[in-house]
Design a protein around this ligand. Structure first.
Ligand code: ZN
Length: 266
């Protein structure tokens, strides 16, 4: 058997073993690293970003970001508890911060629940429900372990054949983590892939609905986002979605399930 065939079989076997499943969307992802390996780097990087940004505290907008974020986070945690998967969130330290930057129409989340929202996105959000679309999407990235997935994929690509001998190369793993979280080098955030964005969209509207926010506002929000940003910039939300209409169509397809969660929350 050719070596590359063996590698493919091995990675397939690994995938079966080290595989995380999104409980809400059913999407499976490669997860070779644990929270304890990834979260310290993520938290350190988050602190670096905050220390070099204008973080707003005490205003009604900052409180809104924190309140909406925590409400969705609490609903998601209750859901994980109800399906007996609380341990999946071990080590998470949720934080929802507003950064003063009116020109940046963006928000992001680092592994372990470290979220940042820029003031530039608030006019697009319009209200709590619009903000819930953004925060639901970001919280979903953290819950679904999309950061761990990207690092796992990069790790497999980097050490490839070494996996054959069952060698766990900790130095290679450290290199990959450092590549994604280069502490002290400014804002270098994970860029999620298109499938991860679609997964976060779906999970995002389910958990916003669980928290009592109307999921039907999500397609409306994305339409506003397209109209606002056009092609002038590429926020995290639009960069990997060349066709926003597909995104809206995808959301409408899963809307009945989201509405069930919404009705149950009322
Ligand atoms: Zn995203």
């Amino acid at each position: 058997m050719k070596a590359n065939k063996i590698v493919i079989l091995f990675v397939a076997a690994l995938f079966t073993i080290a595989c995380a499943t999104n409980p809400l969307t059913g999407r499976k992802s490669l997860s070779l690293i644990s929270n304890s390996q990834i979260l310290p780097s993520s938290f350190q990087q988050y602190q670096e970003v905050l220390s070099s940004s204008k973080v707003i505290t005490g205003t009604s907008q900052a409180k809104e970001v924190s309140e909406v974020g925590n409400r969705i986070k609490n609903a998601a945690e209750a859901y994980y508890k109800s399906i007996g998967q609380t341990s999946a969130l071990d080590g998470y330290e949720w934080q929802f911060v507003l950064i003063d930057d009116p020109k940046t129409v963006n928000a992001w989340c680092m592994p372990g629940g470290k979220v940042a929202v820029y003031t530039g996105i608030l006019p697009v959000c319009k209200d709590d429900t619009g903000l819930a679309v953004v925060l639901g999407h970001e919280i979903a990235h953290a819950l679904a372990g999309h950061g761990a997935e990207k690092i796992s994929q990069a790790y497999v690509a980097e050490i490839g054949g070494q996996l054959l001998g069952g060698v766990t190369n900790n130095e290679a793993l450290r290199n990959v983590i450092n590549e994604y979280y280069p502490v002290a080098s400014g804002i270098t955030l994970l860029r999620y892939g298109r499938k991860q964005e679609t997964d976060a969209d779906a999970m995002g509207i389910y958990i916003m609905a669980m928290a009592g926010y109307d999921p039907r506002e999500a397609p409306v929000f994305w339409q506003r986002m397209v109209e606002t940003t056009g092609s002038r910039n590429t926020p995290e939300f639009l960069s990997t979605h060349p066709d926003p209409q597909n995104r809206i169509a995808d959301l409408n397809k899963i809307m009945p399930k989201a509405l069930e969660y919404y009705k149950a929350a009322k």
